[in-house]
Ligand binder design. Structure first.
Ligand SMILES: NC(=O)C1=CN([C@@H]2O[C@H](COP(=O)(O)OP(=O)(O)OC[C@H]3O[C@@H](n4cnc5c(N)ncnc54)[C@H](OP(=O)(O)O)[C@@H]3O)[C@@H](O)[C@H]2O)C=CC1
Ligand SMILES: O=C(CO)COP(=O)(O)O
Length: 336
């Protein structure tokens, strides 16, 4: 049965865009953000001028800075905080959560504590029976807010829950597909951010379309290697939450990850480049977590490794490219 109420946790660009989308389909939505003064401003403006300017709130979208109020509003909660805040948000939520709580998220990343997937974190803090789902795909917040046609994947091991969410978010400008491959969808969404940084670096260095296409294609190979090892399905990586999102973020400057890479490729240092973007750049944490996961599982992920070294070991972008190009020659189709 479709819920008509949803609490959305995380009032950045994506949480706000999803709140507006759910409100447009007729749901009552309560959007929670952790910063009381910011939420007062949102309530007064009926718009999130900081993170999603130009998108007016529908009348059935309310805001709060009270997590208890948000968790009591509905048994269905959608989390859209950055990955570094995901665990803390779940922990704060837990004492208030209804016994029959259903938890979805649209965060793209790993648990920074140990590199686990976010569904593992949710089921460890709640219970193995808690319905869980992830929303992911090629979905820039501003385009969703502007009602430009968009498609997204909603993955859950529980068919009822993914079906409920698809009906809740679907409109004639926002098409929702179901999947049961939560692992594949999570890996695709987290690791494409690393590849977007790499593609940005190549463009910032002044390389061309050939380089970008090579990075996207070989980046997809890395995502598939890791994703299959973690239990994802091959077809997911060729879908919206895999190749779709990879193409989007590697090729369009709306992507904050790509823009960070461009700045690094042009010689800017990491900290000022991040400050200038002024929003979450998930690929920075994901590069470290993906690199460590690849090492742990003995998986060859050379683009990830070079991105990690640029971000964490002060390797110059041009040296990283040289390292990639000077690797031993091999067959394109070898597993490693
Ligand atoms: N933007 C997009 O187009 C898309 C984003 N995503 C994913 O959505 C997630 C959120 O990103 P996005 O909305 O873009 O990020 P933004 O940079 O737009 O906003 C980040 C939000 O997170 C809040 N925040 C920061 N720390 C905490 C915390 N400890 N607890 C609660 N809230 C916190 C910020 O609040 P404040 O500023 O008040 O501290 C702000 O509202 C990411 O995983 C991203 O990959 C997925 C698809 C599309
Ligand atoms: O995930 C996104 C679109 O699908 C947003 O990408 P960025 O975080 O790189 O802006």
């Amino acid at each position: 049965m479709t819920a008509r109420k949803i609490g959305i946790l995380g009032a950045g660009s994506w949480g706000t865009a999803l709140a507006i989308q759910a409100a447009r389909t007729g749901c009552d939505v309560l959007l929670w953000g952790h910063h009381p003064q910011h939420m007062d401003v949102l309530a007064g403006d009926r718009e999130n001028k900081r993170y999603l300017p130009g998108a007016a709130f529908p009348a059935n979208l309310s805001v709060t800075a009270d997590l208890r109020e948000a968790s009591r509003f509905s048994d269905l909660l959608l989390i859209a905080v950055p990955s570094h805040a995901f665990k803390a948000t779940l922990e704060q939520l837990k004492p208030f959560a209804a016994d029959n709580i259903k938890i979805a998220w649209a965060t793209k990343g790993f648990n920074p504590d140990n590199g686990s997937l976010l569904h593992e974190l949710v089921t460890s803090l709640f219970s193995a029976e808690t319905p869980v789902a992830v929303l992911s795909g090629p979905t820039f917040a501003h385009e969703v807010a502007a009602e430009l046609p968009t498609a997204i994947t909603i993955a859950s091991p529980q068919d009822n829950f993914s079906n409920e969410l698809t009906h809740l978010f679907h409109s004639n400008r926002f098409r929702t597909y179901t999947s049961t491959d939560i692992i594949g969808v999570e890996v695709g969404g987290a690791v494409k951010n690393v590849m977007a940084i790499a593609a940005g670096i190549a463009d910032g260095l002044g390389f061309g379309a050939n380089t970008r296409a090579a990075l996207i294609t070989r980046g997809l190979t890395e995502i598939i290697r890791l994703g299959l090892r973690l239990g994802g399905h091959q077809e997911t990586f060729m879908g919206l939450a895999g190749l779709g999102d990879l193409i989007l973020t590697c090729t369009d400057n709306q992507s904050r990850n790509r823009r960070l890479g461009i700045a690094l490729g042009r010689g800017q240092a990491l900290e000022p480049a991040m400050r200038e973007i002024g929003q979450e750049v998930e690929g920075v944490l994901a590069a470290k977590e993906t690199y460590l996961l690849a090492q742990k599982h003995g998986i060859d992920m050379p683009i990830t490794e070079q991105a990690f070294k640029v971000l964490y070991e002060d390797l110059s972008p041009i040296a990283a490219v040289q390292n990639l190009l000077s690797r031993e020659l091999k067959s394109e189709s070898t597993g490693q």
